[in-house]
Design a protein around this ligand. Structure first.
Ligand code: Z5A
Length: 206
């Protein structure tokens, strides 16, 4: 049996990942393609508890190292409990964020260093690599305006536009060295963005 395809979505907060992920899910369902959807941090009982700690605004004293290790702990759990078993059964996995988020947010923007994040990412995932990563690239101000319609900000969203700009730079830097990362301009209509995602993913499926 061939392995499932591992598809990840990445980008700064409010870049439109959830919107595009839903369009992909609709398309997979329409075409009767087997898949599961997961999100990071979270996606397991343990991971959802860690997510609550990570996003809670009350935890503003959390150290950068504690934050990094919590993201990796949630990732270790979901990779072993959900992602690897699904891929091994031939089920495609669509994941809202994976280890590139740690590289961009903690490695670059929080200045923890990508040597450290690369090492922890590989350990936490037992070297499970995405087959394709869709990076939705957008100016932080545009993403902020979109998100603002949604109301209250969580602990990480509260870090502001300059932080999001560093995260964006981190992602673009990372994409330069990784063929699997497809950078898509997310300042476009949802339909136009999805056309490009569709073409990248169907190239791999067919
Ligand atoms: N994080 C980290 O630091 N390190 C890690 O290793 C990991 C994560 C795994 C998770 O939050 C946080 O954890 C996140 C990174 C950090 N930082 N924060 N905050 P989350 O999962 O709750 O949030 P998110 O991943 O940032 O997603 P989001 O805020 O829900 O946004 P989104 O999924 O990218 O966007 P959306 O919900 O599809 O769209 C946002 C709004 O824009 C919405 O009103 C849409 O209707 C609208 N939209 C979407 N597309 C368009 C287009 N094309 N045009 C116009 N409007 C649009």
């Amino acid at each position: 049996m061939s392995k499932g395809l591992f598809i990840t979505f990445e980008g700064i907060d409010g870049c439109g990942k959830s919107t595009q992920l839903n369009l992909l899910k609709d398309e997979f369902t329409k075409q009767d393609i087997d898949f599961i959807e997961v999100r990071e941090p979270g996606g397991t009982a343990v991971g959802e508890k860690i997510r609550t700690i990570l996003l809670d605004k009350a935890n503003d004293s959390m150290t950068r190292m504690a934050e990094l290790l919590l993201f990796e702990a949630a990732r270790a759990q979901i990779t072993e409990e959900v992602i690897i078993p699904a891929l091994n059964k031939g089920i495609n996995v669509i994941c809202d964020r994976f280890y590139d988020s740690t590289t961009a947010y903690q490695g670059y923007a929080n200045k923890m260093g990508t040597d450290l994040t690369d090492f922890l990412n590989l350990k936490a995932t037992n070297e499970t690599y995405p087959d394709i990563t869709i990076l939705l690239d957008i100016d932080p101000q545009t993403a902020y305006t979109r998100r603002a319609q949604r109301g209250e900000e969580d602990r990480i969203e509260k870090l502001g536009l300059a932080y999001q700009e560093k995260v964006r730079e981190g992602y673009l830097e990372l994409a330069k060295g990784e063929d699997r990362i497809k950078v898509i301009n997310a300042d476009n209509t949802p339909e136009k963005i999805f056309e490009q995602i569709h073409s990248y993913i169907w190239d791999l499926i067919s």
